[in-house]
Every structure is written in C-alpha cells, then in structure tokens.
Ligand binder design. Structure first.
Ligand SMILES: Cc1cc2nc3c(=O)[nH]c(=O)nc-3n(C[C@H](O)[C@H](O)[C@H](O)COP(=O)(O)OP(=O)(O)OC[C@H]3O[C@@H](n4cnc5c(N)ncnc54)[C@H](O)[C@@H]3O)c2cc1C
Length: 493
C-alpha cells in the first residue's frame, strides 16, 4: 500500500460504504467513514434486547461466491472470518390452503416435489435451473460487475443475439408460465424476486438468475447472524486504516468550482478530495447537494418505481415453535392482488404474503436456551400512512394471520419482547426515500444503463455506492457496487 495523499470521505456505513472503505484504504487512500447512526451496517443493523438479538434487515446469505471474491480482493478468506452453514431445508413454504412444503436445495428432492404437483415439472425444474445457471454465468461476467457509460455497454452483440432467444426481456410471470402451469410452482420460482424488491409482472426475466442462486448455490447463514459480516468488514476497514465515526450525520456536501472539497457535519467540516456516498442516492442528491449540483432532482425520483417498504415485527418468545424452520414463507392465494397493493394501488394488504425468519433454529446465540427469536416481515407499499394506531392494527392482523393461517396458535401468549419497524423508521433511520426498505425496484427501466450511475454528472470527485446504483439491491450486489465505485475512483471507468 502506498499513500496516495488523497483524502476520501465515505458517507454511510452500509455494505457498499464499508466495502468501498476497505478497498480504497487498502489502496492507500486516507479514508474517513461517517455514519449517522449509532452503529455501522445500515439496513444490516442489529437490534438487541436482553438476551435476544435480531438482524434488523437482511437474513438470507446468498451468492457466497461474491463474498469470497470480495474477500480475496482484500487479501482475506471468508472462512478465516465467518463460520458459514448451508441451511437444510433452504426454506419452508406455507400455502393459504394449509399445505406446507420444504424446498431443500437438493435438486433430486425438489424435482420430485415439483413432479407431485404437475407431471413433467420435475424435469422442467432441472431445465429451468440449467438455463438460469447459464444466464447467471453471462450476467456475472458481462452485465453485473460493470460501470455503464453508454447504451453500447448494454447492447452488446451477445445481448442482442442471446437476449431475445432466452426470452430475458419478457416479464418473469410470462417466462415462468412457459415452464410451469401449477400456481404453487410458479409462486415458488417467482418469490425470489422479493430479494430485488420487484413484482413478477414488472420484472424482466433477466432476473431469473435468482433461481440458480436460490436452488443451486443454496441458502447460507453466518454464525452470529448477518451483522457478523458487517463486523468483519468494519474490522478489516479499520485494519486497512479507515477511520470510522458513528453518530456523525453528514449535513451537506461542500463543493467549490464544481469539485468536492469536503462535508459539513455538526462537529465541523471534514475535508475531502473524493466523496463516496453510500446514503440513498435520493438523500444525497436532494438533501446534501445544492440544486445546481444535483444530477437527479426531486421530479426524477417522483417518477421512479420504488421497491416495497416493510412492516417488521421483531419478537422474542419464551418457547420454541416446532412448526417453523429457519426461513419460512407464507404465500397468499391472491398473489396478483397482493403485488398490486404493493406496487400499483398502494394500501396495507388485507391478505398479505409474509416472511418469518427464526434464526434461533440454527444459532443458539440469538435467543436464550429453549426460546425463540422471530423476525416477521410483511412487504407493503412505501409512503403509506404509518401511525401508532396503524401499527397496532397491522401488528394484530399479522399475528392473526400467523396463528390462524400458518397454524401457530400458541404464538401470541408466548411473546415476551416485541419491537416494530416500519415505513417511518426506514425514512428516519436510513434516510430512505418514502420509507422504502430496499430503494429503487429492479424494473427494466431501472436496471443497468437505466439505473442511476455511480458518478455525479455535476460534481467532480463525487461517487455513489450501494443499492441505489448499479448493480442494485442486496448484500452481494452492494459489495459489487463497492468494487465498481473503487474502479471509478481509481481508473474513471
Ligand atoms: C428488511 C430487509 C430485508 C433484506 N433482506 C435481504 C436478504 O435477505 N439478503 C440480501 O442480500 N439483502 C437483503 N436486503 C437488502 C440489503 O440489506 C440492502 O440492499 C443492503 O444492505 C443495502 O446496503 P447499502 O450499501 O445500499 O447501504 P445501506 O444499508 O442503505 O446503508 C446506508 C447507510 O448510510 C447512512 N446514512 C444515510 N444518510 C446519511 C448521512 N446524511 N450521513 C451519514 N450517514 C448516512 C445510513 O444510516 C446507513 O447506515 C434486505 C433489506 C431489508 C431492509
């Protein structure tokens, strides 16, 4: 490492910000990371209450290859820092008619399950996953780890030749229906889109790479929880020389003659030659920059399609729930109307789909012995009314759904801890636009060249990292975005 003599300020300590800090400080930049909250992690923060501990956001450790590659860039090995376990089953699905099904991540077993619902579906699952694996290879080579500067970067010869052949530009819903007729099977294949904050009716089949990620690569868990990954990144960043300051919200980005010179905080000015903002791009552009320096003004954001927000309950129980696995998904029957309430006709869904994470099934450190920690998440539209009364009503509704439709009647009487996190919290804790949980949805018009780029078009020295920019939402994507921001800073492309 040679000292570049250049000072970098990273705004925000989520996956993208910490990742960029690690890479840049390793390269000899003098990096200071300023995080507004009391801890780093951003959406991947941790909440503790007594002997219960909850990951507040992400809970699925997917695409282990991306983590491995990122650690390699830092001269580290994942296995020296994290104890990963592949979950079996990968997850349990509860259908509205009371049926329960496990997806195991073992292809023979899962194909046999599919076959029971629809003759030939087992073989078609294999075919679907072969195609998905092939597309994953192309995506991870040519599209995902890429800084886009012009349309030519996206419309390569291969995209033009292979895209239509593979039907990747039609909707996921249409694509999946070519393979499976049974509504339950279609739901299982399409649910992975929730990781991207999108609906199967508006997402290009480009993203069916997620099926390969889920079925073939498997669902993993780092001992101690997802926040453990954040702890490791923060430790490496510090070892490389990054100074991390929490409770240090940036109030504005300071610009002179079209170039960044620093940031204003309550404690004073922190000078910078380069700024990498990991705060949501809407926040940085519209709140931290003067209008003349904004590449994307308020009216740009008003026209964007946002990913859902979430109504989340963190519960501590003084008993164990034998009905649950580590990951549990409840799929309501009326899938289309549920998505419409999230994306097209915003309202609290009366009969929502629900996700429950129960990491105490795998990890004894997250709850006292014989007890359970639960994370219950209902995807909802961003920007909905979020008051104490609304929360109480919706918490009651969610618990009723879990007890009655998922068959867990003992739930309510065993709750000893309860915290709710919803739209207003996303907005106030993370400065998230309209309280979206994930940021911009992955529609075709908000992917690749059409997603906001990671370099300001108005201010020299200002870069972006994290879910707002390319490649997009999710921990692995944010680590890739850190590499893309690093390339911009180092090489300009
Ligand atoms: C409920 C939920 C479940 C999820 N599940 C999964 C999952 O299972 N698997 C997966 O891979 N991904 C999941 N995700 C997505 C994933 O967590 C995010 O895409 C990713 O963590 C976002 O990282 P980021 O780099 O964009 O930074 P963020 O996490 O958005 O962090 C940005 C940071 O900037 C800080 N900041 C904002 N404004 C300022 C300011 N003015 N000054 C200083 N600091 C500021 C914020 O406080 C925050 O810490 C989930 C997300 C949520 C919310």
């Amino acid at each position: 490492m040679t000292d570049t003599g250049k000072k970098v300020v990273v705004i925000g300590g989520g996956f993208g910000g910490l990742g960029a800090a690690c890479l840049l400080s390793r390269e000899g930049y003098d990096v200071t990371l300023l995080e507004k909250n009391e801890q780093v992690g951003g959406r991947a923060s941790v909440l503790e209450d007594g002997r219960f501990r909850w990951d507040m956001g992400p809970s699925w450790y997917l695409m282990p290859d991306v983590f491995e590659q990122f650690f390699e860039l830092l001269g580290e090995r994942v296995e020296d820092h994290l104890k990963l376990q592949r979950l079996t089953p990968s997850y349990r699905i509860f259908f509205e008619d009371g049926e329960v099904m496990d997806m195991t991540g073992d292809l023979d077993t899962d194909a046999a399950t599919f076959e029971r619902y629809e003759p030939g579906a087992g073989e078609r699952l294999r075919e679907y996953l072969r195609l998905s694996e092939y597309q994953y290879g192309i995506a991870m080579r040519d599209f995902v780890p890429k800084n886009y500067d012009s349309y030519r970067d996206f419309f390569s010869r291969q995209t033009l030749l292979e895209g239509p052949k593979l039907h990747v530009f039609e909707s996921m819903d249409r694509y999946v229906s070519r393979f499976f007729k049974h509504p339950k099977l279609r739901k299982i294949i399409q649910y992975t889109l929730v990781f991207l904050g999108s609906s199967p009716y508006a997402t290009p089949a480009l993203y069916n790479i997620m099926a390969h990620v889920d079925f073939n690569m498997g669902v993993w868990y780092p001992e101690g929880g997802i926040h453990e990954v954040i702890r490791v990144l923060a430790r490496i960043a510090k070892q490389q020389g990054t100074e991390i300051r929490c409770r240090a919200p940036v109030e504005s980005v300071l610009v002179e003659k079209g170039r960044v010179v620093g940031v204003q905080t309550a404690e004073g000015i922190v000078q910078a030659d380069i700024i990498v903002s990991n705060a949501d791009m809407h926040h940085t552009e519209t709140q931290l920059l003067e209008p003349k320096y904004q590449t994307y003004r308020e009216r740009y954001w008003e026209k964007r399609k946002l990913a859902p927000s979430a109504f989340i309950m963190y519960l501590g129980l003084d008993t164990q729930l034998p009905q649950l696995e580590h990951h549990n998904l409840y799929f309501c029957d009326d899938w289309r109307s549920n998505f419409a309430h999230i994306f097209d006709r915003p309202a609290y869904p009366e009969n929502p789909s629900v996700y429950i994470c129960c990491p105490s099934k795998t990890d004894p450190t997250v709850a006292p012995p014989g007890q359970e920690n639960l994370f219950i998440l209902v995807p909802i539209a961003p920007g909905l009314e979020d008051t104490t009364e609304v929360r109480e009503r919706y918490a009651d509704k969610t618990l009723s759904l879990v007890t009655e439709k998922m068959g867990i009647p003992q739930l309510r009487e065993h709750i000893v801890k309860q915290h709710i996190f919803s739209i207003n919290d996303f907005a106030s804790r993370y400065n998230s636009y309209r309280g979206s949980a994930l940021g911009l949805a992955h529609t075709m018009r908000q992917s690749a060249i059409w997603r906001p780029g990671n370099r300001s078009k108005k201010v020299r020295g200002l870069y972006y990292v994290g879910a707002s920019t390319n490649p997009g939402v999710g921990m692995p994507m944010c680590l890739i975005s850190a590499q893309l921001a690093y390339k911009r800073v180092m090489y300009g492309k």
